[in-house]
Write a protein that binds this ligand. Structure first.
Ligand SMILES: [Zn+2]
Length: 767
């Protein structure tokens, strides 16, 4: 709105200032009744939206809009903040940025590109996207978004004027609005009880919990889709500031540069950009007296799963501030600060990329919001002061991306995939492709050239990852921050070939494999009070709209497993990936309110055994398989058990499997497939004999194995000691009495990405 501010032109200069009467701009406290950062106070999502709407009304420096609905139907919103003059010309700035992102746009149509180039760099603004709250228990950032917005809309400081003039800020108060309320409701419920500050006994995103920040290339969730479609791809930000929190006992704040490894497709200008900006912010915060700041530790830059912008011309500035207990203050003793050196950090000792050391003491929500807001304004100052540098670096990335490839250089890829996946994945990320006609199963052939603005995104996903052998001084492998592979064609069962020249023709693609429409009913999915992301992903898969089988399922709780009626309501129960101890025992008494403690328990195990003997099927995924082996005395050994990390380490990689196609669970599958291996068991059934206490009528069948040649096992990522699992089973079915127990030694529905192995899970539950 325009009523409360005056735009002044100063003395013939072209500098426009928008001065506001600060008192007329509502402070967060006027709406919330408290100042964000106050102890023990969280805002509901409705309150956050209400505050931004009030700011929007009162200020001519902000445009606030709803761009869709979340998974659970809440408004998904963002604010555009800049000077009133810039806000009047948003289409112009969008267009400038689109030209810089894709120089083909003006090189083709204008005779003097260098003149255009100069004009674009002179006139453009640094586009800064600030994203908060993707992880809802990291409560500080959504609260800080209101403090940041208030200062930007109410302050007349020259610093703020400079930011408003030179940047366009896209502020997302939460990337996961549903979780804001899930966490606030739980926090308020437990406030003043012994459980104040505990984490909620459910995922803070309906399906994926913390994995919502692993979705930036598969785009499975609506929040990811909205952010990519309606913010990233519209604006192409040069800088993305993604505000997070980490554990209580490490550094007070992490900023880039990232530790090794950096994924090889990340352009060098991006690495240079996040290194300069992160170091600038760290120095700025230190100058302001903030302690415990680290760079270049713990967080790597290996994957597009967390860094869409790295493959779209923008730097990702992750910040990770130390946590309290949600909004409840804590005291951290100096001696309890982390000194294990994991991720290259010792929080007790000053080093070139850490310090000055924080000496311990009280740590409250106010400290968190102070670190977050100070860091954000440091970032915005840099973005404003170096506007032209940010734009020219962004343009350099664009120019290199669209450069025609020379003879002998990689031209691109030949892909055979389903049209749906090509659209949902590559085209959603802005990748251009030429595709042929679809066959009767919807499979298409497509060609992707890498000489295009987001060619590195395509290349990163289409090629195999070779994760470096990172070993510490004692010979122990250094764990990746997350996982080591993201080769989508392997996960999805696509065929891909590298091309070294442009293809001429589009041959018809013969059918690969399809599936028949059918309905699978009476399925239970075990749900513990200890949230399991794999459980959420399982529900997501079973509810997915556009797949062959329609699945009717119910969640099954610990109490349901004790109930005799279980046998009549479900025929099959899936136990998603979760540690055996969490399944058996759940939360210990005293750690959570009573109704959320406990697991399946011994009595539940007995009921499950009877369920199987009477004809039911139990399907265990990944670590849950060890629960079955232990509790049902299955005559099978997990050969990875007890192995030293020096001898065996496969931290999130794609492995090759060989299938027995005569078995119904492998129906419709190719002879060779994959396994997503992460904290996974591998089964030795060589010596399968009846064990004491085990039912007599037991037989088994191996459906998938790892190759017996260790060199054939790894397809993408990192595998040390693969020979330990050579020839071992990855998927087994036991027949016990009239029923079955099926063990998956991997995650067949990994993060909604391993489409190649979805049919194995569907076959297992429709057996
Ligand atoms: Zn986080």
């Amino acid at each position: 709105m325009k009523t409360l501010s005056a735009s002044l032109c100063l003395c013939g200069s072209i500098l426009f200032l928008s001065l506001v009467a600060a008192a007329q701009i509502p402070a967060p406290k006027d709406t919330l009744g408290f100042t964000p950062g106050d102890d023990r106070k969280l805002a509901s999502w409705a309150q956050v939206v209400d505050y931004f709407q009030k700011l929007d009304k009162a200020s001519d420096r902000m445009v606030f809009e709803e761009i869709g609905k979340t998974t659970m139907g809440a408004p998904f919103v963002y604010a555009t903040i800049s000077s009133p003059e810039n806000l009047k010309n948003l289409d112009k700035y969008k267009s400038i940025n689109a030209d810089l992102a894709d120089p083909r746009r003006f090189n083709k149509i204008r005779s003097a590109p260098h003149v255009t180039e100069k004009r674009l760099l002179r006139d453009g603004k640094t586009i800064v996207l600030i994203t908060c709250g993707i992880h809802s228990t990291e409560v500080g950032s959504t609260l800080s978004s209101m403090l940041i917005a208030h200062r930007l809309t109410s302050s007349n400081d020259p610093e703020i004027q400079n930011i408003l003039k030179n940047t366009i800020i896209l502020l997302v108060p939460s990337l996961n609005p549903d979780g804001v309320d899930i966490v606030k409701n739980w926090y308020d419920k437990t406030l003043g009880t012994p459980y104040e500050g505990t984490e909620p006994p459910e995922l803070y995103h309906k399906y994926v919990g913390h994995d919502n920040n692993r979705d930036w290339y598969a785009f499975t969730q609506v929040e990811t889709q909205l952010t990519v479609d309606k913010i990233h791809n519209v604006w192409h930000p040069q800088i993305v500031h993604d505000i997070h929190q980490q554990g209580q006992n490490g550094a007070r704040l992490f900023l880039p540069p990232y530790m090794a490894p950096v994924e090889p497709n990340v352009p060098k200008q991006i690495v240079e950009g996040y290194t300069q900006l992160g170091n600038y912010m760290a120095a700025d915060l230190r100058k302001r007296g903030l302690e415990g700041i680290t760079t270049n530790t713990t967080y790597d830059a290996w994957t597009p799963a967390r860094a869409y912008s790295h493959y779209h011309g923008g730097v990702r500035i992750l910040s990770e501030t130390a946590s309290a207990k949600l909004a409840t203050p804590i005291t951290v003793k100096f001696e309890n600060l982390r000194s294990d050196g994991v991720g290259g950090l010792n929080a007790k000792v000053e080093s070139p990329n850490f310090g000055p050391v924080w000496r311990g003491g009280e740590w409250r929500l106010r400290n968190i919001t102070d670190y977050m807001t100070t860091a954000a304004f440091g970032l915005l100052n840099h973005a404003a002061d170096n506007r032209e540098r940010w734009l020219s670096r962004f343009y350099d990335v664009g120019k290199e991306a669209v450069r025609p490839r020379k003879d002998g250089e990689l031209w691109g890829f030949d892909i055979t995939a389903t049209g749906l996946e090509l659209r949902e994945l590559l085209q959603r990320a802005g990748v251009e492709l030429n595709s042929g006609a679809a066959n009767e199963h919807g499979w298409r052939k497509a060609y992707v050239s890498i000489a295009q603005p987001y060619g590195v995104f395509a290349k990163s996903l289409l090629e195999k990852q070779s994760y470096p052998d990172l070993i510490d001084g004692k010979g122990t492998p250094i764990a990746p921050y997350d996982v080591t592979a993201h080769t989508f064609p392997l996960l999805a069962g696509w065929k891909v070939e590298e091309l070294f020249s442009a293809p001429k023709v589009f041959p018809y693609t013969s059918p690969n494999y399809g599936c028949l429409p059918k309905t699978i009913s009476q399925i239970g999915v075990y749900r513990s009070w200890v949230p399991s992301m794999d459980e959420g992903w399982t529900r997501w898969l079973l509810e997915r709209k556009y797949q062959c089988p329609t699945v009717n399922y119910d969640s099954v709780s610990n109490r349901d497993i004790l109930d005799e009626a279980l046998k009549t309501t479900v025929k099959t129960i899936i136990f998603p990936d979760q540690s055996p101890n969490q399944i058996l025992n759940g939360y210990a008494k005293g750690s959570m309110p009573d109704e959320y403690t406990g697991g399946v328990g011994k009595e539940g195990v007995e009921n499950l055994r009877k369920f199987v003997e009477a004809g039911g099927t139990l399907v265990f995924l990944n670590r849950a398989s060890n629960f079955a082996i232990e509790q049902f005395n299955l005559p099978v050994k997990d050969v990875t058990r007890g192995l030293n990390r020096k001898d065996f380490f496969i931290p999130g990689s794609i492995l090759r499997t060989e299938l027995d196609l005569t078995h119904p669970i492998a129906k419709g599958m190719p002879k060779e497939s994959i396994a997503w291996f992460e904290n996974s068991p591998a089964f030795d059934v060589g010596q399968a004999v009846s064990l004491p206490g085990q039912t007599n009528s037991l037989s088994y069948k191996v459906i998938a194995r790892y190759p017996s040649d260790p060199k054939q096992i790894l397809l993408s990522g990192w595998a040390l000691g693969a020979e330990k699992i050579a020839g071992k089973a990855a998927l087994i079915e036991f027949t016990i009495g009239k029923g079955k127990i099926i063990l998956f030694g991997f995650r067949p529905q990994y993060r909604g990405q391993s489409l190649a192995t979805f049919p194995l899970l569907f076959n297992a539950i429709s057996n």
